[in-house]
Design a protein around this ligand. Structure first.
Ligand code: SAH
Length: 222
């Protein structure tokens, strides 16, 4: 299904262009073939305005309005690769910062259920319409501030934050399943991609690499 949509966009996003992106991801150290395959078949050009579609397969972040960006493909691939390699199960993933919905689409092909929250209503509406038109049926959307997690009773195999929190929101680690994994950028001027692994009641934190994300903001915009 996604392959057909990629073919439809072939005029502006040739197979060669997409292959170059995969080469670039491999050069930068992405090794997980499952992640690479999903990235190759997800039509990134459908997640940006038409005027930017010709740049959709460059390894660069792109504007999506409201001073927000669709993350760089390398970053999406790296965070997804880490989640896949570290999490014990792939039943549910919680994403903070739906944005364009591109990372959501990647996750929806790898996890049974995706729960995604976005604080800017027009972005959330556009992303959910886009993902519905791509026939995704395993994604649950919420227009809310992700600081508190999905609800007070969430229990996810994986949590991914696509905006940088000055400090890790306190509610999030407790919403992980007992062997769950969280990845998110933390810091303001200097950000670190931070990994939290839960093992029962113990939480281990480590830094993966430096990062450069838009900030995780408080409140919602309707
Ligand atoms: N994953 C997105 C990246 C979007 S940029 C994509 O692939 O397009 C980060 C997003 O996080 C923005 O859309 C921003 O509005 C959203 N965001 C920032 N703070 C948030 C918060 N507290 N709760 C929910 N979403 C938030």
């Amino acid at each position: 299904m996604l392959d057909d949509l990629v073919r439809e966009g072939v005029g502006m996003t040739s197979r060669r262009t997409r292959e170059r992106l995969l080469e670039r991801l491999r050069e930068r150290g992405i090794k997980n073939e499952v992640v690479l395959k999903v990235m190759a078949s997800t039509p990134r050009h459908l997640f940006v305005d038409e005027a930017l579609a010709h740049r959709a397969y460059e390894d660069t972040a792109l504007p999506i309005g409201f001073k927000q960006t669709l993350s760089q493909p390398y970053t999406v691939a790296r965070m997804t690769e880490i989640l896949l390699e570290q999490c014990a199960r792939r039943d549910s993933v919680f994403e903070i910062g739906t944005g364009s919905g591109y990372q959501t689409a990647v996750l929806a092909q790898l996890f049974k259920r995706v729960y995604t929250v976005e604080r800017i209503a027009p972005l959330q509406q556009k992303a959910s319409a886009r993902l519905a038109s791509l026939n995704f049926t395993n994604i649950h959307y919420r227009h809310a501030d992700g600081h508190d997690g999905w609800s007070n009773s969430g229990c996810f195999d994986a949590i991914i934050g696509t905006a940088a929190a000055a400090d890790l929101p306190a509610q999030l680690p407790s919403q992980l399943a007992l062997k769950g994994v969280l990845i998110m950028p933390v810091g303001d001027d200097t950000q670190n991609l931070t990994l939290i692994r839960r093992d029962g009641e113990a939480f281990a934190s480590s830094v993966v690499e430096s990062a450069n994300f838009v900030p995780l903001l408080k409140g919602t915009i309707s």
